[in-house]
Design a protein around this ligand. Structure first.
Ligand code: HEC
Length: 208
């Protein structure tokens, strides 16, 4: 019997004792919150505000709800909230310099307790994506972005979608594993334009 089935049977069995069940569940949450609070300490620029979850993160931290019908409805609402946070480039420029973009995609520096406030953040894109075939070390949590523009074309629709994705991936997938680079100001507008070029400049090695 898998875990979920087991839980359903267990919950049905305890139907008459529902308040007790809720109490146990609450206790579990308290235990989890305690682990979170004890497991993290403020160090350098990484302060404890990092463990405060916004509405999106709270929603995604509760997979039992996410995987329900109501959860699916809520996910669409969460995506709308995230979509509303995205701004288009203030200078109307979507495509910057792919060479700078490669450096940004390669760098995993920034925002950690060993970084300074003035450290320039990287995107760490290779942690999760294959991008330039020349880079042989990459993670596979995300899809390969090799030939990104060549395969999809360079239409405004593709450009805007990619801009939005990099700025706030949760606008398309409420519980996406991809960091919200624009939303959390992890990357500047210029850096996002440069990473965009790596994916969408026809001259970029990614599109050869
Ligand atoms: C922690 C992992 C992670 C990191 C880091 C990450 N991504 Fe992603 N990315 C994903 C995942 C997973 C998806 C798949 C879609 C989803 O989950 O929403 C994705 C999807 C995408 C897509 C959409 C692909 C498509 O076919 O529609 C683009 C574009 C993208 N990422 C670009 C980037 C760029 C550029 C960076 C660096 C600035 C980056 N990603 C960093 C995990 C990551």
């Amino acid at each position: 019997m898998n875990m979920n089935r087991l839980k359903i049977v267990f919950a049905t069995f305890l139907f008459g004792l529902l308040p007790l069940f809720a109490f146990a569940q609450n206790n579990l949450n308290t235990k989890f919150d305690k682990i979170m609070a004890n497991g993290f300490k403020a160090e350098g620029i990484a302060s404890l505000d990092r463990i405060h979850q916004d509405e999106t993160q709270k929603f995604c931290s509760n997979p039992n709800f996410v995987n329900t019908k109501q959860g699916a409805i809520k996910a669409i609402e969460i995506q709308k909230i995230n979509m509303a946070t995205i701004s288009q480039p203030t200078d109307g420029k979507y495509i910057g310099d792919w060479q700078n973009g490669e450096t940004i995609a390669q760098s995993g520096r920034g925002a950690t307790w060993t970084d300074k406030l003035e450290t320039v953040n990287g995107g760490g894109c290779y942690n999760c994506h294959e991008i330039n075939k020349k880079e042989i070390s990459y993670g596979t949590i995300g899809p390969s972005l090799w030939n990104y523009g060549k395969a999809r074309g360079y239409s405004q629709e593709v450009i805007t979608y990619t801009w939005n994705r990099i700025n706030n991936s949760k606008a398309y997938n409420a519980c996406s594993n991809m960091p919200r680079f624009g939303h959390y100001k992890l990357l500047t507008q210029q850096q996002i334009q440069d990473v965009m070029a790596l994916l969408l400049d026809p001259q970029s090695p990614v599109n050869q």
